[in-house]
Design a protein around this ligand. Sequence first.
Ligand code: FUL
Length: 476
Amino acid sequence: MSTRNDLPAPYGPIPSPRQLKWHTLETYAFLHFTTNTFTDKEWGYGDESPSILNPTQLSAKQIVSTLKSAGLKAAILTCKHHDGFCLWPTKTTKHNISASPYKNGKGDIVGELARECQKQGLKFGVYLSPWDRNSALYGSPEYVTRIYREQLRELLTNYGPIFETWHDGANGGDGYYGGKRESRQIDRTTYYDWPTTWQLIRELQPDACVWSDIGWDARWVGTERGFAGDPCWHTITIGPKDGVGQMDEKKLLSGMRSGKSWIPAEVDFSIRPGWFWHEAQNKFVKSPAQLMTHYLESVGRGASMLLNVPPDRRGLVHEIDASSLKVFGAHLKKTFAKNLAVGAKLTASNTRPGSDPKHLLDGSWETAWYVDDSVLTPELTLELGRPKTFNIIRLREAIALGQRIDEAAVDIWQSSGWVEVAKAQSIGSCRLWRIPQTTTTKVRIRVTKAAACPALSDFGLFLEPPMPTWSAVTLP
Ligand code: FUL
């Protein structure tokens, strides 16, 4: 067993303990639900009557168990979207759930979902749109200090542990604004004074990750189409011109190899074309096979996957979405149930005294195989004992020590010698390669370029079974 003193020195920026925990979640859900669900819109203007919000069968239990069936580890609810309607009985505005017929004005959808997540072992997060098209104060300093921050304070005080807060970049424009019906522009750089707001989050919920285009803890990936860049570095430098709603999307997609801050990417996308539920989109629900591809192109590139599952007008995850999620979840579980590399005989080109390459196969993120400081391109051969058949390869760095590897490859042994089957630049918290199904008795990991002696924490070989047939059209 290696002790702390034997560990290599960290390289570059490293994740905070809160970020390290966040990395292990890998997949979680977005729940877009508000008056838009009832008006069939994507962005409400802010003049919607609260009387339209009346989900007659809302079941937090059904929603959360459906997310759980897909293996999702947390849920982030749109507590307030751009239209300004609050799904909890806030003291900051009358435009909230108490004014709706839901539970005769006694409802609290934030509370119901927060409690159910806790009960079923999922973490809970809050989306609080900075843009508020209902508020008469929007555009004035009071909106930020008296409304937005107070809303956050309520959400972070009354609903248990919050794992992530979401502050999106769509900001300013036309709206109802207390009846003025005008266009209000704000200065994205200064208006919200984000550092003060985020400091409040640190005080109220120190374990919550702050998400925005630029962090503090996790960043937007620059697209809503459901994939991370390749490479996708955990690090990025936030320059003086960068800010919420004013980022170069390509920079977000890939991060920066020598970035000054550890701000990993989160891939947000929807199971449907829209973010909110629309009946006309029932037949366009993504299939389990599509979800699997998104998983490989987000989690498999070191990002997290934030999959939006919008409840319908009843307040339930629609049967079609639920069915796709269930099949996807079962498929994922089956795929990663058995690491075929476990039990292999390991031969490393170098091992740091006190370390052991077997830590790559012990299923833990915390233990790792370390090499000497001077060794930047180690190799590790795995003799599998008998021919093994697989089509997915997984590799993880011990990210607590930073992102050290610039490039790595995996070879398989064929009668003619070693054949390279996988290669990538960024590895980080997770790299997954889906390759054509292959059978071999020996596999080799090669780090081909690194900025500091590599530290790998996990290696896996998996056989993804055929995806069950599924069609949105044949379902109700
Ligand atoms: C964007 C919003 O404008 C969309 O409506 C949606 O909520 C998406 C996740 O974030 O900024």
